[in-house]
Design a protein around this ligand. Sequence first.
Ligand SMILES: [Zn+2]
Length: 281
Amino acid sequence: MKIRFGPAGKPINYKGDMAGVPAYLSKIGLDALEYEAVRGVRIKEEKARLLGEEAEKHGVLLSMHAPYYINLASKEKEKAEASRKRLYQAVRASHWMKAYAVVFHPGYYKGWTSPVEATKEVIRQLKVLVDEITTDGYTYPWLAPETTGKDSQVGSLDDIIMICTEIPKCRPTVDWAHLYARNQGKTVLTVEQIVEVIDRLEKELGSDPINPLHTHFSKIEYGKGGEKMHHTLEEDEYGPDWRIVCKAYAELGINATVISESPILEEDALVMKKICEEVKK
Ligand SMILES: [Zn+2]
């Protein structure tokens, strides 16, 4: 069982170039990094390759978060194509930096009669993308659709399983805070519920896509439609409880990557790591 921890993006206490981040993370005791291209993939090939080399040298596992402005279920042809292009750019940059997974929010239900219909359109677009990246040779990273925080977004657990069943080299990104917010705080409450999610993923997708299980965590505030904002671990009024998630990981003995999306990124990644060490004792 190996659990890696790291921040979503540049650590808050680090000043300097992105290429120096892996060395910094390794120094403070972390071993994962999600490169955030959430406002657009701007990194050039040379810098991406350098970051990849530094990550390898310092034992930091890289992933990438693709731009937020992606809606593969858009009924407007131009928007759907622009979305696919943004994801293509994220895959290409991930290939350069050898990020193992490209995390993305698939899109929105708007305009479709059911979540299943919207998800089918996402799958159709992803199949086109897979053809494009295969033709161009950018096949290194896994496509990693994320469980999303709002009930207007494609990204329930069912949607993600449906996508990964249809798309080759697809692994789920399980954002526990999003699942919790999307379900109005009714899930991610007990070790059993978490074990159930992971067991289902393994049963439906096999063991490769969940080894390691790619996960996001922070505390979260939610309202009627789901996610409102991410919070730090020490804010008691918000859930979910990291200790419960870690207990489930320990019970299953799985390998996992845990990306901290807390406002205090790497500081909470270290808190999570410490809690997991206590749980394992
Ligand atoms: Zn995300």
